[in-house]
Design a protein. Structure first.
Length: 342
């Protein structure tokens, strides 16, 4: 049995290493040819300090306080030269992947399904050419997909959960966009090249209430997150608000409802911005956030959508002095090759 340790680097690259029972994270990384920062490897210098975002582990007593203070340990900081995991863990590494002599992984995949949704979006499904090389990722992360014949790439969040040979993506249709243009003529069997995974927008652990705010194709990472929670039999209170501009932009609602049947504490609200819509809820996402959920102070908020939506939600939380237990967001620009997250 091995534990999976996700190493998230400052440049957005995520690498996964297997850690044997009783093995220290630093040793596991070196065994996987990833050179995490270190000087002494004896718990003395503090050079290997990282932050544990999730997971269970033991630090032992073989380190000095100058390397890791009690306060730092209480805040989730760890010394990878002393850290022995007892579960899967996620670590934030305060340096770039290149500094650790690693980088993005490349994968080959084949188009297995293309499903247009009006003029709003396209569901793209890919099958890994080699099941053994299916990318490990954290639910909410994304990959870069190379646009065939164009020499550029575009970034898309996984809409499927980790551990599947089939990878799914929800892609916004952009008139004249390089990926949209390629998708209009793509067919099953076409090859694609992917690199990743990347991104600091991913589902953390916890048992508190969860507020998910999705804008347009920003729904994709939440489908991945909710699938993982459903597989785990989560009993968390979850409220998903899915906001779009027009009625035609509301896609994959049947998939959301199927997830709601597997997650007994998931509630869903769809919102249409168009004031002429006959939809039960119109306006902006900020107008439909449950006040009682925000006021409790123990909610984890995840937000993914276009920049105006992300900025509006952040401004709303600031204006109303809402202080959630944690707040994670990702904004995307449809024509841009890269995403921004925090």
């Amino acid at each position: 049995m091995c534990y999976t340790i996700a190493l998230n680097f400052e440049d957005g690259v995520t690498r996964f290493v297997d850690c044997k029972p009783g093995e220290k994270v630093l040793d596991a990384a070196f065994r996987n040819k990833i050179n995490l920062p270190m000087d002494c490897s004896d718990g003395v210098c503090g050079t290997c300090k990282c932050r544990a975002e999730s997971g269970a582990y033991d630090m032992g007593d073989d380190f000095i306080e100058d390397a890791l203070t009690e306060d730092e340990a209480g805040q989730g900081l760890v010394l990878t030269c002393q850290m022995v995991p007892s579960s899967d863990c996620v670590l934030s590494v305060p340096t770039t992947s290149q500094a650790c002599k690693t980088g993005q992984q490349a994968f080959a995949a084949t188009v297995s399904r293309i499903e247009p949704h009006h003029d709003a979006a396209v569901v793209l499904e890919l099958t890994m050419d080699d099941a053994a090389t299916a990318p490990a990722f954290l639910p909410g992360q994304y990959v870069n997909i190379e646009v065939p014949g164009n020499g550029t790439h575009r970034s898309y969040s996984f809409s499927t959960a980790p551990g599947e040979r089939t990878l799914g993506f929800l892609i916004k249709k952009i008139p004249g966009g390089v990926m949209s243009t390629w998708l209009s003529r793509a067919k099953p069997g076409d090859p694609l090249q992917l690199t990743g995974p990347m991104g600091s927008f991913y589902l953390r652990g916890g048992d508190g209430p969860l507020l998910c705010l999705a804008g347009g194709t920003g729904l994709a990472p939440f489908l991945s997150m909710l699938e993982m929670l459903a597989r785990a039999g989560s009993r968390r209170q979850i409220h998903l608000i899915y906001g779009v501009t027009r009625d035609l932009d509301l896609v994959l609602v049947d998939r959301i409802m199927a997830l709601a049947k597997r997650l007994p504490n998931l509630t869903v609200a769809t919102v249409i911005a168009d004031p002429t819509s006959d939809h039960p809820r119109t306006g902006w996402v900020t107008q439909h956030m449950p006040e009682e959920m925000l006021a409790a102070g123990d909610v984890d908020i995840y937000l993914c959508g276009p920049p105006p939506m992300v900025d509006a939600v952040r401004q709303y939380l600031n204006d109303h002095k809402v202080e959630p237990a944690s707040f994670h967001y990702e904004k995307f620009t449809p024509n841009a090759p890269l995403k921004a997250s925090a």
